[in-house]
Design a protein around this ligand. Structure first.
Ligand code: CA
Length: 224
């Protein structure tokens, strides 16, 4: 497991490096935000440990930019006891966990294992049928080499159908799961969205992915 530690307090950086290396981790340490950002964006890490107050770019700005670039590397933020607002902001910006200083290195190691485990589970969150791939983390949808842009609702609808290919979902089920309605608004809401989704998914010559099951509902075809 390869870990990046961005921490300017030498003593903390030192004991973290020692503790992680004793556990067999490969550790890169850097003491300022600019180098930290460069490393985080050019190297591949399993986990990034990010201090908030840093010379150069601060930790939250690094985190914000990583997430803006759809970089999903697990991030654990280190905060001082007084930095409650930063801690909350860090979590809002997409930090996976935080640790308040001072801490035991054993605790950091436990958190690293936990976020890395979660992240590897999330990597499985790529749903695929034929040449359609849907990444439910980055919300990227592709058919072959073609990138497809969906609205949030269209994405939820597609994701829902893809959770169980071949299974027919009734309009009531779709309304409940995708729209959160527990009533039928008596409109062609679903049909209109299915039409739009089909238009985006199927380019000329593509085999249609979504099937209408007359009188019942819709399903996405099973993989060939
Ligand atoms: Ca610091």
């Amino acid at each position: 497991m390869k870990v990046l530690v961005v921490e300017d307090e030498k003593q903390i950086a030192g004991f973290v490096r020692k503790g992680l290396e004793e556990q067999g981790f490969t550790v890169d340490v850097c003491d300022n935000g600019n180098d930290g950002y460069t490393l985080a964006t050019t190297q591949s890490y399993d986990v990034v440990i990010l201090d908030i107050m840093l010379p150069g770019r601060d930790g939250l700005s690094i985190l914000r930019n990583l997430r803006k670039q759809k970089n999903t590397v697990p991030v654990i933020v280190l905060t001082a006891r007084s930095e409650l607002d930063e801690r909350i902001e860090g979590l809002n910006l997409g930090a996976d966990d935080y640790l308040t200083k001072p801490f035991f290195v054993e605790e950091l190691i436990a958190r690293i294992h936990a976020v890395a485990r979660r992240a590897s589970g999330e990597q499985l969150s790529i749903l695929q049928i034929d040449d359609l791939t849907v990444n439910v983390i980055t919300r990227e949808v592709k058919r072959g080499a073609r990138t497809i842009t969906l609205t949030a609702r269209e994405f939820s609808l597609l994701e829902y159908l893809l959770r169980s290919p071949g299974r027919v979902y009734t309009r009531t089920q779709i309304l409940e799961h995708v729209w959160g309605y527990d009533f039928d608004p008596n409109t062609n809401l679903i049909d209109v969205h299915i039409q739009r989704l089909r238009k985006k998914l199927d380019a000329a010559g593509d085999a249609p992915l979504i099937e209408t099951v007359r009188g019942v509902g819709y399903r996405i075809k099973r993989a060939d």
